[in-house]
Design a protein around this ligand. Structure first.
Ligand code: HAM
Length: 520
């Protein structure tokens, strides 16, 4: 077979969405829109404004905010170097000169980090380049023959040193696809000097987040969050309670089933370290009975042991000291007041002393909401207080609290409990036949759409029987039948597809009739 023929036979590659990502398709996207609209509305009534954030940020932002030891930062981030293509990742011995020229040029343009460390790295490589060039010129052709061993060794040494120096040049910023958005909101608060605004600043966001987790039901590598943050002002317990009331209102509006709110307080920098030490000491006593993950966490983050779902560890964890008994006076008073404020708002909660959350920035109030039909990934919302995070990111001392809803899981739960139906069929299918009728149909479609009806206008003429079949398949409520008779009489036939009944209307009467039906 000729090469050309083989190419023709070769099947084109079948592309598929990357593992852990997926397409969201109609009609399901109507439910996503409904959920998002509900959140926009409810958040608006609580005085929150929308913030739209970049999808990627410096890796360092997440590492600092979420914590280097957390699963998210240590294992799950999508990180890349944002370097210009003119500078390859590693230099080539035959093109070291070009590599240097490009680095110098991009440095000048600010396309690679304009830092003194980078300037120094480029200058050192420049100096080394001269020595490398000399060494490579002394290399006879066919350098691998034994006679030129000395020259070869020199060449090899200079090249090795050059590659070490090249590796010190930072080709660009190290960036990460956002695994969450609280860090970004805090970064934006600082960047835009929002502490000058009336406090607190109340912001919400929605959009994709990225974590390289093991995909399963309710767990994706690209997933969607709807979150809200309150920054600045006081840490009044009423703020914690109102934020929780707000997310519960969204769930209530959506008729989410089996909603369960768990709350806890994990103390602050005064009382938590003492509790963590006590916990560590207790855990060390039972270390042998714990699984490898928990054993590791005794060192890295003993609080996370409380999160363990391992059956064999449950009995041991139940006997561990509880943070509620070790909160300092201020934290205990704050926690009691949050609970009181929730009761004042009629928000039902369950105290869960093991709720510690997997991100480092939390202090005092933490909460999580679960819902029906989700199996092991049943948290539809997580949140908590993070006073001090803005400061940690270089801003002024600032109070903060917020949450994020896992939109994928929220949608799954709504679907599983039969609350996921959103009407998506067309209102009117226009069945037209004949040139004059086509012109009328186009005008009718325009008027009906302007009045807010969803209209399907077939692009080519169809027999009425076929058109009505199409209308049925698309789930249309009505078929508007326009033939020569209807157009000349000025009386249009409207067929109700559910019961097959039909009646004739003048154009204005038809619009009025449809409006009345819609309002019912
Ligand atoms: P988080 O608990 O990491 O908190 O995530 C919040 C929610 O996002 C989870 O409860 C879950 O519903 C959803 N979620 C997380 N990972 C995945 C995944 N791989 N697939 C599907 N859904 C997922 C945060 O992200 C904090 N930033 C929340 C916050 C805001 N705290 C204060 N303000």
């Amino acid at each position: 077979m000729s090469e050309g023929a083989a190419k023709k036979e070769e099947k084109p590659r079948k592309f598929q969405a990357i593992r852990g990502t997926r397409d969201l398709l109609p009609p399901e996207t109507a439910l996503w829109n409904h959920v998002e609209q509900t959140a926009h509305q409810v958040f608006g009534t609580f005085g929150f404004g929308e913030i739209r954030l970049p999808i990627f940020e410096p890796t360092e932002l997440f590492a600092r905010a979420v914590g280097g030891e957390t699963d998210i930062v240590s294992k799950e981030m999508y990180t890349f170097t944002d370097g210009p293509s003119s500078i390859p990742e590693k230099p080539d011995p035959h093109a070291l000169g070009e590599y240097l020229r490009a680095a110098d040029e991009e440095f000048g343009k600010g396309e690679i980090p304009n830092t003194s460390a980078n300037r120094l790295a480029i200058d050192q490589l420049k100096a080394k380049f001269e020595e490398f060039r000399q060494a490579s010129m002394k290399m006879p052709l066919g350098a691998f023959v034994v006679e030129s061993e000395e020259a070869f060794d020199k060449y090899q040494k200079e090249w090795n040193e050059a590659t070490v120096l090249a590796s010190r040049i930072s080709r660009g910023n190290v960036l990460t696809l956002r695994p969450e958005a609280t860090a970004s909101v805090c970064r934006a608060y600082i960047e835009h000097g929002m502490q000058q605004l009336p406090q607190p600043v109340k912001l919400y966001y929605m959009g994709p987040m990225f974590r390289r987790e093991r995909p399963q039901k309710g767990r994706y590598r690209q997933f969607y969050q709807i979150g809200a943050e309150v920054l600045g002002g006081s840490d009044a317990p009423a703020i914690d309670a109102e934020v929780i009331e707000m997310v519960m209102t969204v769930f209530d509006r959506l008729e989410l089933q089996g909603v369960q709110l768990d709350i806890n307080s994990i103390g602050d920098k005064n009382c938590r370290p003492k509790y963590v030490e006590l916990l560590r000491a207790e855990l060390l006593k039972v270390k042998d009975k714990l699984g490898p993950d928990s054993q590791r966490r005794i060192e890295t983050n003993p609080l996370r042991v409380l999160d363990s779902k391992l059956e064999s560890e449950q009995g041991i964890i139940a006997k561990l000291p509880r943070i509620a008994d070790h909160l300092c006076e201020e934290c205990a008073a704050h926690y009691a007041a949050v609970k009181h404020q929730l009761e004042m708002r009629g928000v039902i909660y369950r105290e869960n002393w093991r709720l510690v959350r997997g991100l480092d920035y939390y202090m005092r109030t933490t909460f999580e909401i679960t819902a029906k039909g989700l199996g092991s990934q049943n948290a539809v919302c997580g949140g908590g207080r993070y006073d001090g995070l803005v400061e940690l990111l270089g801003g002024p001392p600032t109070k903060g609290i917020g949450f994020a809803i896992g939109e994928d899981r929220l949608i799954l739960s709504l679907q599983e409990s039969g609350k996921g139906e959103v009407a998506t069929g067309r209102d009117v299918y226009i069945a037209w036949m004949g040139e004059r009728a086509h012109a009328t149909a186009i005008r009718a479609a325009k008027d009906l759409r302007k009045a807010g009806f969803s209209v399907e206008l077939p692009p080519v003429e169809q027999k009425f029987g076929k058109a009505l079949g199409q209308a049925d398949k698309l789930g249309a409520k009505y078929a508007l039948i326009l033939g020569d008779n209807e157009v000349s009489e000025g009386l249009w036939t409207l067929k109700t597809l559910a019961d097959g009944s039909q009646a004739k209307y003048t154009e204005p009467d038809l619009l009025e009739y449809l409006h009345k039906q819609k309002a019912r």
